[in-house]
Ligand binder design. Sequence first.
Ligand code: E4P
Length: 217
Amino acid sequence: MKFFIDTANLAHIKEAQDLGILDGVTTNPSLMAKEGIKGTDNILQHYKTICEIVPNGDISAEVLSTDFASMVEEGKKLASLHKNIVVKIPMIKDGIKAIKWFTDNGIKTNCTLVFSAGQAILAAKAGATYVSPFIGRIDDSGWDGTQLIGQIASIYATQGFETEILAASIRNANHIIQCAELGADVCTCPLDAILALLKHPLTDIGLAKFLEDAKKM
Ligand code: E4P
């Protein structure tokens, strides 16, 4: 399973990249706004900076328009920033048309805001490179988000779809573990969820004892 970081925070992206386990970055308009990135030029520059920090990973950049023609124009501009840009497109009717257009023109896409198996089937039919089911938001609404990952993985395997399942809206380390078990191809996580994978109290206790005993060696 690939690890993407889900943030527009450059310090967090650098920290994950320095760990040596990072395969890409996802952002969205809310994450960009959280970092105070405003105006088209600054937004495009921010994506370029992220591509420089993670030179070998796929970087999702989201379109802000919702009609086919504007999404294509906007996506072409985003894709021209760097070879690793993946155009992120919402799961709406014009979004499916745009994904098909980008697929036919050799540009990678990430179909975002996916909450059902039916939406995931459509994204795959259109040829999306990635499909992003938002598991944390499903949990927030009282349902089981990770169950959707297993359902999509089963459908894609049965049907031979090549679209990669990019588990998104990850809230904690357990989500990451469950996504790995259920067959997600990618997990996009905030930095704290990635770092939480490191933690186990017995590791801390064991290391303290080893270091103490090492003084007697
Ligand atoms: C995915 O690409 C989205 O940016 C993200 O995972 C949304 O997560 P949230 O539900 O924490 O906003």
